[in-house]
Write a protein that binds this ligand. Structure first.
Ligand code: BGC
Length: 718
């Protein structure tokens, strides 16, 4: 049992459970109520209730794809990261947990915390950022929120699962230092924040299935970090019972093979025709049943391992009150939740506002209340909820840009300009049809109408977007269909042009020089229109900063086939630590908008920073910097601290070490204090582990990785 903290309740259950009952506690089964994404039957004889797992990470998807039960549709996780505000992340976690409980669910399958390595990544919208310190802060906060409401958080997908192309077969070839410094910190933070569960990934890491990875699961996650909860497989990801159990996998989901689960559809979809890289093969999954029993019987998997697996599941259940006294079995435990409350709706809107990044603004924004506006865009009639796949949420209510603009100012003209860009969907992969469906034929009367509306208006607001989905990466970073042409033609029409981009990650903005303002609003969720009008009309600050670098596709470090999507089944993470701005800084490559960038409607002046606890680095070091709002309106600034290490040969030029999102009144000054994250001065050394080299470090403070305003030196003695 690895000397774990195991309560008397769990100990006595382990004594009382039969081997068959134990085997049933490590493998999913069909949910009799059909509401959960993953279901674990309890053991009524011993008053162990069932455990219900439900998809996140942007809201709750109970009831399955065919009959979804409504829930609050929060903005994409990348938008939550763009807020640079762990308190908002905690609140979203708590709200999702309350919604899960209201639907009778116990575990949320989120947050998604894989590092954004590849700009085309189909699931970038479900993840947080390219930056381990930012991702760790937001991941830990979401987990605290979920667990704080007595639900189990499930950070996913452990680990180096940063592409959808061949996601089920590819091996991420990545060295230990890069794992430690980039890909693991968000998981570590989630574990430290009390996550009851961790979901393993579909891919392999250095040739070994993520489910079977003894080094990463057993040694790092459980031994080194002291993770007490259970690891759960991604759906149908398992291939071999003994390797998974011995590698450290504790719970298999959904507990059957793909063929068993979908066989009832009698050949539809044709399981053997599904892209074997993007979706698990027909015979994957379902190994913790008979196979595991045999492996234990034959001594291939020790019996103590089964006890440990069960103990981990029970511990996580106990932690959220499912094994309380009296224990509920037939009835649901008293686990009150709440769906679609005023607070949750307001929170979804607040995060969408605070996650909106103003990339450019020549002064056209904020719009005057009586501005003569044409609202243009193929999808303005609906809220942009998210990308495709398991994270899709069906909201009770949603507010489209068209409704929000028209309600605010009835004189706004609305033109689509192009036929709606259809969202990409994971289930297209089942039909062997993975192409984005975008109308692209010849003449487009709608575009002429949009251009005419722009000509008549003072300001054209053009809303454009990409479509991304789990299971498939984007082909490139261009906007699908003729949207670039639409923006260009509207910009040429003569009035002023504001472009709003709804995307799951970076996009190229070839019309950048022609337009007056650009806002990245990601996938804003159910509050789309409400948040958009609040920001564009200036009721609220665009509080977001870029959690990913925007650049032309060829400038990213993964624009080499060996690195992405990989060759011969291997994606070589040869760029090592140089992902995102770490690459752009080191290579002097051209970023369109750097990491951390975002304009405010106010303007800020930075004073001299000081180290708050002495001038020696170490745990507890904080930086204090005076920041003044020199504008005549209140504003929100995201103050960022980067650390530049003394030697640069094998280390990034700078790395984010702390940040704070602060509101500052017109003409006011605030002393902003930011704790520097514990590893701010360290690097991972193959022999020594985390190591702090002596020398002079420069602590840089500013508005983005590309706009540093002031510095202070930190001496570290040998
Ligand atoms: C996804 C997971 C998700 C699971 C259950 C998988 O396809 O990768 O993120 O939680 O399905 O829907």
């Amino acid at each position: 049992m690895d000397g774990r903290r195991t309560s008397e309740t769990v100990e006595s259950l382990l004594d009382d459970l039969t081997r068959e009952e134990k085997l049933d506690l490590v493998r999913g089964a069909p949910d009799p109520e059909g509401t959960s994404t993953g279901y674990l039957p309890g053991v009524p004889r011993l008053d162990v209730p069932p455990l219900r797992l439900v998809d996140g990470p942007m809201g709750i998807r109970a009831g399955g794809f065919e009959d979804p039960l409504a829930a609050t549709a929060f903005p994409a996780s990348i938008s939550l990261a763009a807020t640079f505000d762990p308190e908002l992340a905690r609140e979203q976690g708590a709200a999702m947990a309350r919604e899960a409980k209201a639907r009778g669910q116990d575990a949320v399958l989120g947050p998604g915390v894989n590092l954004i390595r590849v700009p085309q990544g189909g699931r970038n919208f479900e993840y947080l950022s390219e930056e381990p310190t930012l991702s760790a802060a937001q991941a830990g906060a979401v987990v605290r929120g979920i667990q704080g409401e007595d639900a189990i958080a499930t950070p996913k997908h452990y680990v180096a699962n940063s592409q959808e192309t061949d996601r089920v077969t590819v091996s991420s070839e990545v060295d230990e230092r890069t794992l430690r410094e980039l890909y693991l910190p968000a998981f570590r933070a989630a574990v430290d924040a009390g996550a009851g569960s961790v979901m393993t990934a579909y891919n392999r890491i250095n040739g070994i299935d993520a489910n079977d990875h003894a080094h990463l699961i057993r040694d790092v996650l459980k031994e080194e970090w002291g993770f007490q909860g259970y690891t759960v497989s991604d759906w149908f990801a398992t291939r071999d019972a003994a390797s998974a159990a011995n590698g450290g996998l504790d719970l298999e989901m959904p507990g059957t093979s793909v063929r068993e689960a979908f066989g009832e559809y009698e050949g539809e979809p044709d399981l053997d025709a599904i892209d074997p890289g993007g979706m698990p093969g027909p015979d994957q999954g379902g190994v913790f049943g008979a196979d595991l029993a045999v492996a234990i019987e034959e001594g291939e998997v020790p019996l103590e391992r089964l006890d440990d697996m069960v103990a981990r599941v029970l511990r996580a259940m106990e932690e959220i009150g499912l094994l309380g006294d009296p224990r509920p079995t037939t009835e649901r435990p008293d686990r009150e939740g709440a769906i679609d409350t005023d607070d949750h709706r307001a929170l979804a809107e607040r995060i969408a506002v605070r996650g909106t990044v103003l990339l450019e603004n020549d002064g056209v924004l904020p719009l005057a209340d009586d501005a003569d506006v044409a609202l243009i865009g193929p999808n303005v009639d609906g809220a942009t909820l998210g990308g495709g796949g398991s994270s899709a949420v069906t909201p009770v209510r949603e507010r489209s840009p068209a409704t929000a603009f028209s309600d605010r100012e009835p004189s706004v003209t609305v033109e689509e300009g192009l036929p709606p860009v259809e969202g990409a969907d994971l289930f297209d992969l089942f039909d062997g049809d993975g192409e984005e469906e975008v109308e692209s034929d010849g003449r487009e009367p709608k575009m002429d109408d949009a251009v005419a509306a722009a000509e008549r208006a003072e300001v054209a607001v053009v809303v454009v977007g990409d479509t991304t989905t789990e299971g498939r990466d984007r082909e490139d970073l261009r906007l699908p269909g003729r949207q670039d042409e639409l923006v260009s033609r509207v910009a040429d029409a003569g009035g002023r042009t504001v472009v709003v981009v709804n995307s799951g990650g970076p996009v190229e903005v070839p019309w950048r020089e022609k337009v007056d303002a650009i806002a990245a609003a990601w996938y804003p969720g159910q509050a789309d229109g409400a948040a958009l009008t609040a920001v564009l009309y200036g009721d609220e600050e665009p509080g977001g900063r870029l959690p990913v670098t925007f650049a032309p596709e060829g400038e990213y470090p993964t624009s080499d086939e060996r690195r992405y999507p990989g060759v011969d089944g291997e994606a070589h993470y040869e760029e090592g630590l140089f992902v995102g701005y770490r690459h752009f800084d080191a290579a002097d490559a051209e970023a369109t908008y750097p990491f951390g960038h975002g304009e405010s409607y106010a303007e800020f002046a930075y004073g001299e920073p000081e180290l708050v606890e002495g001038d020696r680095a170490g745990p507890g070091v904080a930086v204090r910097v005076p920041v003044e709002n020199v504008a005549d309106r209140p504003g929100r600034e995201v103050v960022q601290v980067y650390v530049r290490p003394p030697r640069n040969d094998d280390r990034p030029v700078r790395e984010l070490a702390g940040f704070a999102s602060v509101e500052i009144g017109a003409g006011e000054e605030r002393a902003v204090e930011m704790g520097l994250e514990g590893r701010a001065f360290s690097r991972w050394d193959g022999e020594e582990g985390w190591t702090v080299d002596p020398g002079t470090y420069t602590v840089e403070v500013g508005r983005s990785s590309g706009d540093l305003r002031t510095t202070v030196a930190v001496e570290i003695e040998p």
